[in-house]
Ligand binder design. Structure first.
Ligand code: NDP
Length: 315
């Protein structure tokens, strides 16, 4: 190839690559307001706040709830409410089919539905444990498996899995909640690589404590002379009375803050794999991910449990 041909080729390459980049930006800006977002567990808390926030920003939001009677949707503007239980594959298939028929696409899936199972591991029945995994982990898998064929054919999409900082460290008396979120995290990491050929992003979001009516269900396995009873009863009643929340108020984020955070995650040109929603959770997660021997974790948890037990003795 002579010099002139090479020169023309280079100019053409620069020109076309610029056009492609500019077009890509134009398309992404154009798409922003039309992006179709599907979110699970939107009857209250983070899910509902996110649905409202994204709808206000112009996204086309499909907010799914288990029981349509649990929420008066008539006053909530621009949010399409649909019925979906993440443990019921038929309801998932039906709702996704309906959205795709209407919109032709799903751009963002937010796997948010979840609850916490509390209690010492010995206090949990296998049924309790199955239910925890069924909602927090298998539920997200069911959603991904049904949404992915559409995202693959679009060659774009973003799956956002709502984990928790407790998906990174094991919380005593919340072992299976932590396990369900840790499983979600490992699955998300692997999935993010599997989906690279279709330019589908996967993000894990790890909030710390959020001021919602987050459901805590205690384990139902009875054991003789239950040695965990006092600590678990205290845990349950303080969750109900929100005593500890008041004391820790400054550490709590609002559901609206998380909604804004999720909007920024959707908006990111190159989404991260893992996000913490505030500085405190970033500190905890970074400590844990660097603590390869587990020593720091054990030391911090022992201090926390000792303080907890002192409070119980005083009561
Ligand atoms: P809420 O309890 O306020 O909301 C949970 C939502 O999940 C509800 O809409 C609930 O619906 C729904 N849900 C439960 N089971 C199912 C199911 N089988 N199918 C469909 N939806 C279901 O909790 P938050 O808003 O606080 O929590 C949302 C997510 O954020 C959860 O995944 C949680 O683990 C995570 N998170 C929460 C934190 C917090 O401190 N609040 C901290 C870190 C993470 P229904 O009304 O029908 O029960």
């Amino acid at each position: 190839m002579n010099f002139l041909k090479r020169f023309i080729l280079i100019v053409l390459l620069i020109f076309t690559s610029k056009t492609i980049t500019l077009n890509a930006i134009a398309v992404s800006k154009l798409d922003l307001n039309n992006k179709v977002v599907l979110i699970t567990g939107a009857s209250r808390g983070i899910g509902l706040a996110t649905a409202k926030y994204l709808a206000n920003k112009g996204f086309r939001v499909y907010a799914t709830i288990r029981d349509t009677n649990s929420l008066d949707t008539s006053k909530i503007k621009n949010v399409h409410f649909e019925t979906l239980d993440v443990t019921d594959l038929e309801s998932i298939k039906k709702t996704i089919h309906k959205i795709v028929m209407k919109e032709g696409r799903i751009d963002v899936l937010i796997n948010n539905a979840g609850f916490a199972l509390g209690g010492a591991l010995e206090n949990l029945t296998m049924d309790d444990i199955n239910k925890q995994m069924d909602v927090n982990f298998f539920g997200a898998i069911r959603m991904c498996q049904e949404v992915l064929p559409h995202m693959r054919s679009q060659k774009s999409g973003h799956i956002i899995n709502i984990s928790s900082e407790q998906g990174v460290y094991g919380l005593p008396y919340g072992s299976m909640y932590s396990a369900s979120k840790a499983a979600l995290e490992a699955m998300s990491e692997a999935l993010s690589i599997e989906l690279l050929p279709w330019r589908i992003d996967v993000s894990i979001v790890e909030p710390g404590p959020v001021e919602t009516d987050f459901s805590l269900k205690m384990g139902t396995r009875e054991i003789e002379n239950d040695p965990y009873k006092k600590i678990c009863d205290y845990m349950e009643s303080s969750h109900k009375q929100k005593n500890d929340r008041e004391k820790l108020e400054s550490h709590y984020q609002s559901a609206e803050e998380i909604a804004k955070f999720l909007c920024d995650v959707i908006d990111a040109q190159e989404p991260q794999l893992r996000y913490q929603t505030n500085r405190l959770s970033k500190g905890i997660v970074s400590m844990k991910l660097n603590d390869v021997s587990g020593e720091d974790y054990l030391r911090k948890m022992k201090t926390m449990i000792e303080a907890f037990q002192k409070r119980l003795i005083k009561k």
